[in-house]
Ligand binder design. Structure first.
Ligand code: AVJ
Length: 374
């Protein structure tokens, strides 16, 4: 966290039309992007890799929207069905005053939770957190017109780096949907959930949506569709690099590769060079050689079993409260409550408090939590 974004975090931009909308910029993706660093590190490595977050420029987000409509890509539809069936119970258990959504994107699933809340006479404030400001504005606008009682406090932030900007609230429900948790390595997933747990108070809730292990053919088809949309999505990261870093990648010179690794229980996506080539990245003064057949690892998408998700949540300091799942294709939603006691993972969680007060508060919260730890 640099000083610049600290200052920027304290600036909030309020708009009185409509007065129910409020937007906070924690960072400016144009200035605080990690693309240059990630490319330098990832393309110099012996086994080349790029983190998946750089897929999502405007074109990439549109491609992802198209992926969600593909017959092979069951994840979005399954999660929506599951949420529709379980939203009333989720809201009834969590009774949120504040609904926080990490990586809210187009916020398509949010209405399922807000509809259920409305029916139960619960009117939470909605806090979408996403790196994409235009998306935050557009989704807020449609939610505000749909729910006359709703207040939206949007946060422009990268949830991977700015969890210290997690909004406060009386009784929060933090939702992390879409199986995005599958993009993390096991270690990073543990850290990430522990960071969330550390920022919640006992009794507050966390909702995790995750894709489950299933037949290999079903999994592989979802990441290698017949229409080639996922291939285009994968190659889009090369276009992002060309535009942002003055690169001369020829996306057509790379094949899309996606397969399920049974042992690691993860889909891996790679880009494989069709022929030997040298790519120049003008802004970095860097040349990247590729041998024929050499790959760039662009994404892992882990698949879970119920017990994996339970372990993940418990290690982080949550207590699983409800499990909702669908079969064929299998998908799961885990609703957890922040535990009273503190687990080791929670004590070890990196905390990046943004100001002395918050630091003091979280310490005293940890101290009082520790007293109850057996
Ligand atoms: C948005 C990260 C959940 O891993 O399934 C879709 C992204 N990658 N097709 C996933 C993705 C290829 C997606 N997540």
């Amino acid at each position: 966290m640099n000083g610049r974004s600290l200052t920027r975090r304290r600036q909030a931009f309020a708009f009185d039309v409509p007065s129910r909308f409020f937007l906070q910029r924690v960072f400016d993706p144009r200035r605080d992007s990690t693309l240059a660093d990630d490319v330098q590190r990832g393309l110099r490595a012996r086994r080349k890799r790029l983190p998946p977050k750089h897929f999502y420029d405007e074109a990439g987000s549109l491609l992802f929207d198209r992926i969600c409509e593909l017959p092979e890509y069951y994840l979005t539809r399954c999660e929506e069905r599951l949420l529709r069936a379980s939203a009333a119970e989720i809201i009834g258990v969590a009774r949120p005053s504040d609904l926080i959504e990490l990586g809210s994107g187009a916020a398509r699933k949010t209405t399922l939770l807000l509809d259920a809340a409305e029916t139960l006479g619960i009117t939470p404030r909605y806090h979408p957190l996403d790196v994409c400001e235009p998306m935050l504005r557009a989704s807020a606008e449609s939610l505000l017109s749909r729910y006359p009682w709703l207040e939206v406090h949007a946060v422009v932030a990268d949830y991977e780096r700015h969890l210290d900007a997690l909004p406060d609230g009386q009784r929060r429900l933090v939702a992390f949907l879409g199986s995005t948790v599958g993009n993390f390595t096991p270690k990073r997933a543990d850290e990430f959930l522990a960071e969330i747990a550390a920022r919640l108070r006992p009794g507050e809730h966390f909702l995790l949506g995750a894709d489950l292990v299933k037949q290999v053919a079903v999994l592989e088809a979802a990441y290698d569709d017949r229409a080639g949309v996922t291939a285009e999505f994968n190659r889009n990261v090369l276009k992002v690099i060309n535009r942002e870093l003055g690169g001369d990648f020829d996306p057509a010179a790379f094949d899309h590769v996606a397969f399920f690794d049974r042992r690691k229980r993860q889909i891996e996506m790679h880009l494989r060079a069709r022929r030997p080539q040298r790519v120049t990245l003008a802004s970095l003064g860097m040349t990247v050689p590729f041998a024929a057949g050499e790959t760039v690892h662009t994404e892992v998408s882990r698949k879970f079993r119920r017990q994996d998700l339970e372990g993940l949540c418990r290690r982080a300091g949550f207590v699983p409260r409800r499990w909702f799942s669908l079969d064929e294709p299998a998908f799961g939603l885990m609703l957890c409550e922040r535990a009273l006691g503190v687990t080791r993972a929670l004590r070890d969680a990196r905390s990046a408090p943004s100001c002395a007060t918050r630091r003091w508060r979280s310490r005293s919260r940890l101290r009082s939590a520790r007293r109850t730890c057996t």
